[in-house]
Design a protein around this ligand. Sequence first.
Ligand code: BES
Ligand code: ZN
Ligand code: ZN
Length: 472
Amino acid sequence: MVKLISSHTNTINNSDDLIYIIDSIDNLKNQNLSNDDLEYIKNELVDNKFLIETKSYNSRKYIIAFDDSSKIDKPEYLRQKGCDISGLINKSKTENISIINLSSDINLTLFLAEGVALSQYKFDKYFTKDKKSLTLKTITIYDDNIEVNNLQNIIDSVFWARNMVNEPVNKLNAEILADEISERGKVSGFTTEILTKKKIESLKMGGLLAVNKGSIDPPTFSILEYKPENHTNIKPIILVGKGVTYDTGGLSLKSTAHMDTMKSDMGGAATVAAAINAIALNKLPIHVIGLIPATDNRPSGNAYTPGDVITMHNGLTVEVLNTDAEGRLILADAISYAARYNPEIIISVATLTGSAANAIGPHATVAMGNIEKSLFDKLKESGDDVYEKIVEFPFWDEYKKPLKSEIADLKNLGGDYGGAITAGKFLEHFTEFSFLHLDIAGVAFLSKNINYRPSGGTGTGVRLLYDFIKKY
Ligand code: BES
Ligand code: ZN
Ligand code: ZN
C-alpha cells in the first residue's frame, strides 16, 4: 500500500524521482534541471506531449503540462496522468516519488497523487512464486499545507473494497464477509452487529432465506453503524449493499462462460462497507447505517425454484419466476428492515442487472429513485467530481406494471425491456422512505483495466458515496 506524505518544500533532494506539474515552461526555471533537459522538455511541449519523462544518471523527472487550448476536466486529467506515471514507475521499479506543483492551482496536487495511488493496486496474495509485486512505497507531496490523511483513508477503503470483490467464494462466503467487516469496524471505528441465520429466520426475511436455500453456508445480515457525537443529521442515512458472494443463477443457472466474474456479486456490499469505513476513518459528522444481506446463490436439491411463492420481511408475497433475479429478493428484505431506523434516505447499491451493464457498459453507474431533483443533481455533481459518473434512468410508475403476478403481490421478473428499471421498481415496493438505487453491475468488476480502475474489482462507488454523503 502506497503511503502519502506531505513534507516541507526546502528539503527537496535533486536525486529524488520527481513529478512536476507546470502550467508554463517558465515554472521549471530554478529547479536545477540541466539546460539539455529544459531544451528537451521545450521541444516535447511543442510536439504536444504533455507527460514528459527525463532521466539523469541517478533520478527520473516527470513533467505534466496542459494543453491550454482544450477545455479539459483538470482533476481527471491529472488522475489519468497519474495512472500513466504509475505505469512508468512500475517499469523503473521506483520506490519513492515526490510531487512538486509549480502551477498556479495548488488543488491539482492531490488529484495527481490520487491517480498514482489508485493505480498502485494488485491483488497478488495468492501467488506463491513469481509474485511481481509493486515497488512504489511513498508519494511525497512537497507542500505541508496539503492534508493527505483524508485521501489516504479513502484510497485504503477503495483497496479494501477491491480486495473483497476479488476474493473468490471459496475464500469469502457470507460468514467470512461479515467477519471481515466487523474486524475492520473495530479498527476504523464503526460498530457492527451480525445477524445469524436464526435471527434472520425470526425476522422472517423470506427473500434472503429463499436465496440461501441452495447454499450449504448460512446467510448473514450485517448491520454497520457510524454515529459520531457531532453528527449533524437527525435521521440516519442508510446504505444497503447486495452481498451475493457468488451468483450461479441458482436453478435458473447461468452459462458458465463468464460465471467466474460472479464472485463480484457482493460488489454492492463491499462498496457500502468501504464507504462507511472511509466516513468513519475521516470522522465525518454524519450518522450512517449500512445493511448487508449476504448469501451465495446456488442450485441444489433444496434450492428455491421458479414458481415458488415466498413471503418477504414486510409481509408482501413474491412469485419467483427466475432464481437468477435473486439480488432484489435479499435487498428488499434489507430495505424494509431499514424502516425501523426512520431514515432520511435509503440508498441501495448493487450489481443488480445485466440490463444496466449492457445499457452503458463500464463507464457509469446507473441511478434511479424517488428522491428530490436537487439531491439527484448533487449526486451527479459528486459523480463528476470524483469521476465515478452517474446516469439517471427513469423511475416512472409505468415500470411497475410488468411486476404484477397472477398469484402473488409481485413477481421477481420484469418484462421485455428496462430490466434495470423494473428491478429498481421492485425494490421501491419495500419502502415508504425516500429511496435511491445505484446499479453498479457495469462498473464493479472489469475484465481489463480502464486507467486507474484495475481489472477485477474496482471499488467504484466508494469515492462517489463518500463524496455524496460528505456534502449531504
Ligand atoms: N448478478 C446479476 C447481475 C449482473 C450481471 C451483475 C452481469 C454483473 C454483471 C443478477 O443477479 C442477475 O443475474 N440478474 C438477471 C436478472 C434477470 C434474470 C431478470 C439479469 O440481469 O440478467
Ligand atoms: Zn442473478
Ligand atoms: Zn446477482
